[in-house]
Structure formats: C-alpha cells, structure tokens
Design a protein around this ligand. Structure first.
Ligand SMILES: Nc1ncnc2c1ncn2[C@@H]1O[C@H](COP(=O)(O)OP(=O)(O)O)[C@@H](O)[C@H]1O
Ligand SMILES: [Mg+2]
Length: 226
C-alpha cells in the first residue's frame, strides 16, 4: 500500500471571523501521487496549498508531512522544513525583472546556501532553456518564464511539488510544455499537488479533489487518466 506523505486532520483556516476559508478538511496524499485540486474561485484551493506548503498555519487541526508534525514547529523550523521538502510554483512567476534566467535560479540557490552555477545551468537545461540563460524575464515568453520558475523550485530537490494554477497565464502550447515537465517530475517520483481550472489538465492526474466553500465536495481516483 502507498504510504501517506501529506496528512491533514480536521484542518480549518479562518482569516477573520467572517471567512472560513477551510472547514474541517481531512485529507491524505500518498508519496508519489499526483492529486489535482479543482473548484470555483474562492473555494479554498490556494489556502489549502499554502498550508501544505508551510506558507501559513491552520487555525485548527493538524498537518503532518513526511511524518513531521507541522503544528509543533515554530516559524524558523517551518521555513527550514519547506526548504528541505517542498517546491512551490505559482501562477504569477515572481521572477526578478533585472536578473537573467540563470541569475534568477542562482538567487534561489543563494537562499538555500548552495550557489552552484553549473547546477543552475543544468536545472535550466532540464526545462529546455539552455538557449535562454542570459535572457531577462521581459525577454522570455510566459511559458519560458514559468519554466525558469520550475527550475528554481527544483534546486533543493523537493520531494513534494505544489503548483497553484501553473498554466493559468499560459496559452495552450506553453501550458502543455509546462505540464509535460511537471508530469515527468511526477513520473520520477515527486509528489505533485496541482490546482487547475483546466479539465484536460485535471484529467491527467491520478486523483481529482473537488472543493467547494472550504470543503471537499468530491475526491475520486481518476480512472480515465489521459
Ligand atoms: N489572506 C487572506 N485574508 C483574508 N481572506 C482571504 C485571504 N486569502 C484568501 N481569503 C479568502 O478565503 C477564501 C478562500 O480563498 P482561496 O483559498 O484563495 O480560494 P481559491 O484559491 O479556491 O480561489 C476566499 O473567500 C478568500 O477571499
Ligand atoms: Mg487560488
């Protein structure tokens, strides 16, 4: 049986007294799984991903990842845990505009305390960008910028990749390129939790979790996997 890697027990998140962004979520995701999260805007998808990504803490409930209890960690320990275990990819690229693709990856390396130019070049080669090393973000297409973000997210070799609408700003061709890279990473054993509004993308995952109003409406194994 597949081992549980991400475990949420009765997790709720309230940003203020009027907003219950997540309501008593119970969820287990196994090592190596690809789970897609879908649902209308405001249903709590990003909140859920941010909690798994140690970017925020739940109001109540417990989250365990790789058998570590996030609740028992302080902010510094959470940041360290994220650095060791999690790669984050967002819809917005958050690249530094005056740095080249290579420098953007190397800045991330710097924050992980492991600057290594050859490794940064290799990371960009792995996402098909060896011919774009010295381009700045404004000189790159949206798809290329997102691929720089993937290279950046992978420098610490995270066992879990969290992607929040990574193709949301891309045309279908660039979206497919980005998805094929994420799929390859999942095939290599990285757990992938991906938020998308795109049914075609959702259907490539082994599992589809549908959210509504901060709750899980549907959680199904995808037998029609493309
Ligand atoms: N930082 C925040 N402060 C206050 N409310 C927030 C914050 N982030 C999200 N929310 C609210 O929480 C709910 C869920 O938001 P979110 O997780 O971003 O949903 P989704 O990603 O599915 O669109 C929404 O009602 C949203 O307005
Ligand atoms: Mg969102």
């Amino acid at each position: 049986m597949a081992t549980t890697q991400i475990e949420l027990n009765s997790v709720s998140k309230c940003y203020d007294s009027n907003t219950r962004a997540l309501n008593n979520i119970d969820l287990n995701i196994s090592r190596g799984q690809w789970a897609t999260i879908t649902g209308p805007s405001g249903s709590g998808k990003t909140t859920l991903l941010n909690l798994i990504g140690c970017l925020d803490k739940p109001t109540s409930g417990a989250i365990n990842i790789n058998e570590s209890k996030l609740n028992s960690m302080n902010q510094k320990e959470l940041t360290q845990f994220r650095r060791e275990n999690i790669g984050l990819i967002f819809q917005q690229y958050h690249l530094i505009s005056y740095l080249t693709a290579l420098e953007n990856v190397m800045v991330a390396q710097y924050f992980f305390g492991m600057v290594d130019k050859d490794a940064a070049i290799k990371a960009l080669e792995n996402v098909g960008l060896c011919h774009r090393l010295t381009h700045r973000p404004s000189q790159l297409s949206g798809g290329e910028q997102q691929r720089v973000c993937i290279a950046r997210a992978l420098i610490n070799k995270p066992n879990i990749i969290l992607a929040d609408e990574p193709t949301g700003n891309l045309d279908s061709k660039n979206g497919q390129t980005v998805m094929s890279i994420l799929k390859e990473l999942n095939d290599l054993g990285h757990t992938l939790v991906l938020i998308t509004h795109n049914n075609e993308i959702a259907n490539q995952a082994g599992r589809i979790i549908e959210m509504i109003d901060g709750e899980i409406l549907n959680d199904s194994t995808n037998t029609n996997r493309n």
